[in-house]
Design a protein around this ligand. Structure first.
Ligand SMILES: Nc1ncnc2c1ncn2[C@@H]1O[C@H](COP(=O)(O)OP(=O)(O)OP(=O)(O)O)[C@@H](O)[C@H]1O
Ligand SMILES: [Mg+2]
Length: 586
């Protein structure tokens, strides 16, 4: 670099000023008191809330309480190695974790340190643990389905990409199973619809996590999944930060790569308990159920980070590579933001977003005199999403406790799992009556919407009639028919673990059920009949399967063709493998 003589003085002054600020940052304090994963520190008068600290033994900490004469901090690591009087250093930065593709397939702790013994994670990227959720203008409505592969959920409680759906239920009701099956189902996505999954285990036994990771590896789901574990044996601070670390790792793919992501937080009740423990140790005033007053914020700021980001388009020179993220290439409309509505850009940089960003960009391109030299470009780092599946454990079905009500109110719906159903063999044990998805049909394939429309009401009516029928009263034929249909639908929606269905299989199964093709199949035969029927479609009518996959709809005469195929199948089924006494009428 060359300087003019009269500039040298100002450059030196500037350098001295910078030098000062750097010195100021490394403020050093002393530990007053340490234990149970927390420390009180004297002398860090300039510390910020949430700032990362370094202890003399190498452990990291995070500033939690700013008090008059001291700072309360949580210790993320070995607090037993910290003694009274030890030095603590400020770092001037917030806590962050390593992120990036290098983490895929790895099992890490909430600070991103490997737990799987597969060596260091080399990634140039880091993201802050806490990140402000984007505002409404940077988002777009949730409309793309996130297929769980579970018939009952995709049919009745559809989840969209960017949605937050709570999985709630007592101990051992299959909560983890629903989340893991959803992760497993993402292996069937085509490359351009890939979903990166992050599974955050909070307060589980280490052996449980090892089992889950083995299972994910076995079915090939670890190829697109990051596992973060803060086990029951880990100190409370690590359990407290684990879900934020998970969100940060997913955010890399959402913001930097424009990809779809899925975060499972298993489970947030344990995180809230860890937070309560820390807060009480740091003498924050306890409120309801002894949780500190800001426990709502604990979960709201986490779940608000789940979004569907807007797609960004621009008119760019024709030779721009498809993976270009350079907004500066955008050809700006000469009238800028004053242009007519159909071609008005949404950003001062000439980019088009929502709604109808693509159409507006196309209209602008068409209006250019030398339009052959340009094209409409979608920025590949836009349009990412983060879907969240938080899990909450209830005690004796008590959904009105503090933490469950909080999380219910933050999420866009809940899947409610019930022990009674679970033990009666209805698995997944979803209570259809009180499970909802507020995004609902907007995020459902048309084909699914058409077949599953009445399913939910049918089942709810069935549950009511069922209770009534137990009284032993005489039933009229219409009621009896409703009961029979209901029993078969319940049977049809049962699904074993680790066997997610394709959309076409889900559609065909539910079609057979809701259109009454199962009404004369004995209840205990339903599962076998369904399996054989799906095989029949795969072998004999691949064109129907393809059409459902391709059009994602049941248009034209497709429903009739499916109906005819099922009738054909039924006549075969009777002649062939049907065990004695289970014949069905064609
Ligand atoms: N659809 C299913 N079909 C058969 N078995 C299932 C199904 N879903 C779950 N299970 C079994 O039920 C048991 C409990 O499931 P899971 O661990 O998912 O429940 P949970 O609610 O997460 O339990 P916890 O309270 O321990 O977290 C497991 O042994 C699991 O294999
Ligand atoms: Mg579980």
């Amino acid at each position: 670099m060359r300087f003019k003589v009269d500039e040298i003085a100002s450059v030196i002054e500037e350098e001295i000023r910078k030098y000062r600020t750097e010195v100021d940052l490394s403020e050093v304090g002393k530990v007053l008191e340490v234990g149970d994963g927390i420390a009180r520190i004297y002398g860090l008068t300039g510390a910020m809330a949430g700032e990362r600290l370094e202890f003399a033994n190498g452990a990291q900490g995070q500033v939690f309480n700013l008090e008059e004469g001291s700072v309360g901090a949580v210790v993320l690591g070995d607090y037993l190695g910290i003694k009274e009087g030890d030095e603590v250093r400020r770092t001037g930065e917030l806590l962050s974790v390593p992120v990036g593709p290098a983490l895929i397939g790895r099992v890490v702790d909430p600070l991103g340190r490997p737990l799987d013994g597969k060596g260091d994670i080399n990634t140039p990227y880091r993201r802050p643990l806490e990140f402000k959720a984007p505002g409404i203008a940077e988002r777009q409505p949730v409309t793309e389905p996130l297929q769980t592969g579970i018939k009952a959920i995709d049919g009745m409680i559809p989840i969209g990409r960017g949605q937050r759906e709570l999985i709630i239920g007592d101990r051992k009701t299959g909560k983890t199973a629903v989340a893991i099956d959803t992760i497993v189902n993402q292996r069937g996505n085509p490359p351009e619809e890939k979903v990166i999954c992050v599974y955050v285990a909070i307060g589980l036994k280490e052996s449980t996590v090892v089992g889950l990771v083995d299972k994910l590896r076995e079915v090939g789901a670890l190829d697109y999944t990051i596992v973060i574990s803060a086990s029951a044996a880990d100190p409370a601070p690590l359990q407290y930060i684990a879900p934020y670390a998970g969100a940060a790792m997913a955010e890399y793919f959402m913001y930097q790569e424009g990809q779809a992501t899925l975060c499972v937080y298993d489970d947030l009740s344990k995180q809230a308990q860890a937070y309560r423990q820390l807060s009480l140790l740091l003498r924050r005033p306890p409120g309801r159920e002894a949780y500190p007053g800001d426990v709502f914020y604990l979960h709201s700021r986490l779940l608000e980070r789940s979004v569907k980001m807007r797609d960004e388009y621009a008119v760019v020179p024709k030779d721009t590579p498809a993976d270009s993220r350079d907004r500066a290439l955008a050809v700006k409309h000469p009238e800028g933001l004053a242009a007519p509505a159909e071609v008005r850009p949404d950003g001062a940089d000439g980019t088009y977003h929502r709604p109808h960003g693509k159409h507006k960009a196309e209209a602008f391109l068409a209006s250019l005199p030398d339009k052959d030299k340009y094209k409409v470009h979608r920025f590949p780092d836009s349009g990412g999403s983060m879907t969240a599946l938080p899990i909450i454990e209830t005690l004796e079905g008590e959904v009105s406790a503090y933490i469950p009500t909080n999380v219910i109110s933050i999420t866009d719906g809940q899947i409610y799992l019930e022990p009674d159903l679970f033990f009666a063999g209805v698995r997944p044990a979803i209570n259809v009556g009180i499970s909802v998805s507020r995004v609902g049909g907007n995020a459902q394939r048309k084909a699914m919407k058409k077949v599953a429309g009445s399913l939910r009401l049918d089942l709810a009516a069935f549950r009511e009639l069922e209770a009534f029928a137990q009284l032993g009263t005489e039933l009229d034929t219409a009621t009896q028919r409703q009961l029979d249909r209901g029993q078969r639908m319940v049977e049809l929606l049962k699904q074993p673990q680790y066997q997610p269905y394709n959309v076409n299989e889900e559609v065909l199964s539910i079609f057979a059920g809701t259109r009454g093709f199962l009404d004369d199949v004995p209840v205990r035969e339903v599962a076998r009949f369904e399996g054989a029927m799906l095989k029949f479609f795969r072998d004999q009518h691949p064109e129907i399967v393809d059409e459902i996959d391709r059009t994602k709809d049941l248009g034209g005469d497709l429903p009739d063709r499916i109906g005819q195929a099922i009738r054909d199948f039924k006549s075969q089924y009777n002649k062939a493998a049907a065990p004695k006494g289970s014949e069905v009428a064609a």
